[in-house]
Design a protein around this ligand. Structure first.
Ligand code: OGA
Ligand code: MN
Length: 298
């Protein structure tokens, strides 16, 4: 029997009574999947899983992606993206150092955007007894439900462009600004034109119907949305910013404070997330991400 404890008002629950190193029956997996889709973010504490076990567990939800950032994949495990501030003996980054600077959902810029991601905390930064590097999540379905009727009508049928190229440019600018302020310096591998071409811009509905729960949610975000289809750039930007501000109202959010051994899953069709970069070496942060492929947004 698993126990599901809801934490946030609209999003976030802890699942206990599960040991992910052990084989899970189809019934138990079905309970976990239901809890996941009901709560949009779920986590298991105190899991001592290997990369292979993380891959095997998350594969039960669907096909795993291999991230376009090849240099950030875990050696031997192409389906695991390393999210970390650690460097190897040569001083080279072992993973993505600033994943999640802006609110986003993972791989929203793909023709088949991700269904869900799972992040496993191997090492968590702690300073003066305080855990750093929390991740914020917000429910785009609760945000949609709370929109005034007139706005729901206005958004119905509108599409937005999700662009990895736009994100990379925006992120590079933010990295430069950080460095110029004397802040964090992020190691970044330039993507080849071939890598960029493998993720061309896509159009997706702003109001998206969840593939499993059929709930409506807002599929738009400040990291990847470069334009609103059919609107002049400036007007589209204003609308995007207005919706994005609405989505991140505190009442729709859940903030996760990590413990080593947490495996947390978020629904990329129903939630956005954002990292907090309030830590730096010598505080070490090491996370492993697996990402399940989803279906074309409709
Ligand atoms: C990610 C991500 C945020 C974090 O791994 O997809 O956005 O807090 N991470 O590490
Ligand atoms: Mn992310």
């Amino acid at each position: 029997m698993i126990t599901v404890t809801r934490i946030g008002k609209h999003i976030g629950a802890e699942i206990s009574g599960v040991d992910l190193t052990q084989p899970l029956s189809d019934d138990t997996f079905a309970e976990i999947a239901k809890a996941f889709f009901d709560n949009e973010v779920v986590f298991f504490r105190n899991q001592k899983i290997t990369p292979a076990q993380q891959v095997a567990f998350t594969k039960r939800f669907g096909i795993l992606e291999q991230h376009v950032r090849k240099e950030s994949r875990l050696p031997g495990f192409p389906e695991i993206l390393v999210v970390s501030n650690l460097v190897d003996h040569y001083g080279n980054a072992i993973g993505a150092q600033d994943a999640g600077r802006f609110w986003h959902s993972d791989l929203s810029y793909k023709k088949e955007p991700s269904l869900l991601s799972a992040l496993y905390a191997v090492e968590v930064p702690v300073k003066d007894g305080k855990v750093l590097g929390d991740t914020n999540f917000t429910s785009t379905t609760a945000a949609y439900d709370a929109l005034p009727e007139a706005m729901k009508q206005r958004l119905q049928g509108l599409k937005n462009v999700h662009s990895y190229r736009y994100y990379r440019n925006k992120n590079a600018l933010a990295q430069k600004e950080d460095a110029a302020r004397g802040g964090r310096v992020v190691q970044e591998h330039a993507l080849t034109e071939e890598q960029l071409k493998s993720v061309p811009d896509v159009e997706a509905p702003i109001v998206r119907t969840h593939p499993v729960t059929k709930r409506k949610g807002l599929f738009i975000n400040e990291a990847h949305t470069s334009a609103i289809v059919g609107l002049p750039q400036a007007e589209g930007d204003v609308l995007r910013n207005e919706i994005c501000q609405h989505i991140i109202k505190p009442e729709f959010q859940y903030r996760h404070s990590w413990q080593a051994g947490d495996l947390l899953l978020w629904d990329n069709c129903a939630a956005l997330h954002k990292a907090n970069f309030d830590y730096d070496l010598p505080q070490r942060r090491l996370m492993y991400r697996t990402t399940v492929r989803g279906s074309v947004a409709v």
